[in-house]
Write a protein that binds this ligand. Sequence first.
Ligand code: GCB
Length: 581
Amino acid sequence: MISGDFMLFPQLNESRWLFSLDGIWNFTLGGEAFDENAPKSIIKKSEKIYVPASYNDQKADARFRDHYGWVYYQTAFALPAISNARIMLRFGAVTHACRVYLNGEEIAEHTGGFLPFEVEITDLLNAGENLLTVAVCNIIDSTTLPVGNEIKQSMFGSGLPHFESVKATKIKPRNYPNFDFFNYSGIHRSVCIYTTPKEHIDDVTVTTEINGDSAAVTVKTDVENASVVIFDAEKNEVACGKSGEALTITNVHLWQPGKAYLYTAKITYKNDCYTQKFGVRSVEVKGDKFLINGAPFYFKGFGKHEDSETNGRGINEVLNIKDLSLMKWIGANSFRTSHYPYSEEMLSLCDEEGIVVIAETPAVGLGKESYGKLGNAHKKVVEDMISRDKNHPSIVMWSLANEPYTEEDCAYDYFMPLYNLAHKTDPQSRPVTVVVCNNDYTKDKTAVAMDVICINRYYGWYIFGGDLDAAKQAMTAEMNYFSKYGKPLIITEYGADTISGMHSAVPGMFSEEYQVEYYKCINSVLDSFEFVIGEHAWNFADFQTVQGTMRADGNKKGIFTRDRKPKLAAHYFRSRWQNKK
Ligand code: GCB
């Protein structure tokens, strides 16, 4: 059994145990085809690998970095005697698809690399040692999110006659991402075992409504008649009642960008209890403004990645702390979880730190042909992401996709049901968007149908590279075009690759000075349009990508280096953002 609908973050409390399986596991690289025998026995000649983290950069070995296909993880554990409980095995994220085996028997299968899944193991455990094996596949193609290209071999030279002899020999298959970040893979987030009483709470949904100085708070659960007690941040009880009832908090403290305030709901049902943090805040799009708690909000910040040296895309909580601290240092107030749902741990940290988040699905790289091929995958990831993340006050908008092809009506027909689904699934009905970057923006009907128009644009880099005068004119023309829709617009990406330490008196592409001049130029355009309600520089930090002629050890558009050193542009943004609105 796999549960995907209800995704309460595991917790240790009076009624629930929580055991971590993170640590050093046994590991072996497999091939393109799934090996039936690998999960059945202890992996022979295994290597050591750390969980959670990508496996790609943990070894000084290109076979790990460039691996294509299946890998096998294994660990053994024993549990203390636990009676009368339901025992769950939970994975925070395994990228991209996996099969899970307990003591040689397959117990779960999951597709989608950025959201949690869990399986009940109460009746499957041995009294002593248990063997847990996880087979993980990293193949991406036109049916997966994110989308991969349908080629498996090195592209260079293909089609040229004198390369036919090379092609005829065995060239190792590889993934060709249709996106610009490294296809890091493996067990990326924590693995744990947790218990609940047999009769238990599976889902909690908190909604709030501000009425003057007070707020009505409703805590819904999947079980009937749970009792609810609400505590303020100082742990004083401020309201109590039953699940489903509107409870009143008087003299309410709002959750504000940069000034977070969290309440805690303690929910008790029979012998089970669960505590859920929440914030009281409102989000609304009105005319061409984005209102948080009724006040216009200007998004200052970044598109980001979950990406770091050695960990790859694996959760890195130290870096999460550092990143939010650097955001405060630079005067940013927000980021987008480009291009996939980030860890629950990061979103909770944003709740605590008052950082505003645009949460994005892993739908990146969608060409026109994707619309017929993805089946229910996109719908499911929208539902699952919102079910997991609905209670985070930091999240103020959902992004359905990054840069899908939207120059034709088929895109509108594809995205409108997803737009409606997101609104329907979200108990707060937050604004919904899709982030676009079309060659001919005048043909796009999809982005402008969303609650907020979100545009990625690279005038002065990919288009008019090195010519900031032309970039300014093109950006002005595009903003003039979008101003007629009467909707708010965020520039969700703009940027220039910059090699840290490269300087030029006359700013040229790739130099730190050019990055500053580029941003000054584009920002001067953004500042002249009232309906522009945000600027997210691409990217917060340099990050790893597939190797290629366009990338020198990854994408260098970071305002910080990959190890979080500020480039010149960081100081420029710091003085801009500390003084802006
Ligand atoms: C984009 C993509 C982003 C890339 C960026 C770039 O438009 O959304 O994933 O990394 O451009 O730097 O090319």
